[in-house]
Design a binder for this molecule. Structure first.
Ligand SMILES: Cc1cc2nc3c(=O)[nH]c(=O)nc-3n(C[C@H](O)[C@H](O)[C@H](O)COP(=O)(O)O)c2cc1C
Length: 291
């Protein structure tokens, strides 16, 4: 599945409310003459536009809505709905979460399974928009430097010869997206990294966990699902994790000790939009091994 656009909008149903425009992570939709029109070249088929549309006007070809089959309990249905309706939130209202809400999210995380029950996780909370911006500033410093390196063709060639093609691959895949995000931040404080979140939780692991990455991501998933049930939006921010892996100075800015490794960063806040529909997923066919 590539990035080609497979989104269509029924203009008879579309009221031009603009919600699909706001939630599309690839800016692929615009309002033209009071109707949403797909104009962008790329999509990751996340179905945010489908999920947010109150008129059911948007379709993304090739994605389906996996659902439970057969007779299930109320508890199963409730959990399934939480899993199915949780979305990565990229538009937040300005109100900040309470200390209790953060504590409750961490309680969700603590119930995650962990390899050999290590529970080596640590949670660093950015409880205000100001704290998130301070953190984002440190991360953007890393990407500014990386983009400066990547735009240098000699450096790309040098690193290709001596370190594999890491910089060249970054240049091809992310350079333009990052440059655009930095420009939009500088020009009008548009936050394409944390999407205007008013809070964040960083999950790091102390040394000694056998399955540190798995433990952290399971804890992160518990936070995202718990947040959804509490009316809180969440979004994993892989760009922040990558930056922290490569630049230890960022951990210092947010007070994470050097011996800890960061595996997950979650943007949090109250969502600006409701998602009345499920989004969608690529179809899968499970293999059954009958013996
Ligand atoms: C490991 C990981 C890293 C992610 N990093 C980002 C990110 O940096 N920025 C972002 O907007 N979304 C990020 N996402 C969210 C995905 O884009 C999202 O989960 C996917 O499009 C499916 O949409 P849904 O979460 O609404 O179902 C990340 C998700 C995962 C699992």
């Amino acid at each position: 599945m590539g990035y080609e656009i497979k989104t269509t909008i029924d203009t008879n149903k579309c009221t031009g409310c603009g919600k699909c425009v706001a939630v599309c992570p690839y800016d692929a939709i615009e309002i033209i003459d009071k109707k949403a029109i797909v104009t962008g070249p790329k999509s990751m088929h996340c179905g945010q536009c489908v999920a947010v549309c109150p008129e059911n006007a948007v379709k993304v070809a090739d994605i389906i809505v996996p659902r439970l089959k057969g007779t299930t309990t109320e508890e199963t249905e409730q959990l399934f709905n939480t899993v199915m309706y949780r979305r990565s939130c990229r538009d937040y209202r300005p109100e900040e979460l309470s200390a209790t809400e953060f504590e409750n999210l961490i309680a969700f995380a603590q119930w995650a399974p962990s390899g050999t029950n290590a529970q080596k996780w640590e949670f660093t909370v950015m409880p205000t928009r100001a704290a998130v911006e301070n953190y984002a500033q440190a991360i953007s410093g890393f990407y500014r430097k990386l983009n400066r390196q990547a735009e240098n063709p000699f450096l790309r060639l040098f690193t290709k010869v001596f370190m594999g093609d890491v910089l060249g691959k970054y240049y091809a895949r992310y350079y333009n997206q990052v440059a655009d995000s930095l420009r939009r931040w500088d020009e009008n404080r548009e936050d394409l990294l944390f999407h205007g979140a008013t809070g964040a939780i960083v999950i790091s692991m102390r040394p000694g966990a056998h399955c540190a990455h798995d433990d952290a991501l399971l804890a992160a998933q518990n936070i995202c699902l718990g947040a959804h049930t509490m009316g809180i939006g969440s979004c994993l921010i892989g760009f922040a994790v990558e930056a922290m892996k490569r630049d230890p100075e960022i951990a210092k800015v947010v007070g994470i000790p050097a011996e800890e490794t960061v595996y997950a960063v979650i943007a949090l806040g109250y969502p600006k939009y409701r998602y009345p529909n499920p989004s969608g997923r690529f179809p899968v066919t499970a293999r059954y091994l009958n013996v």
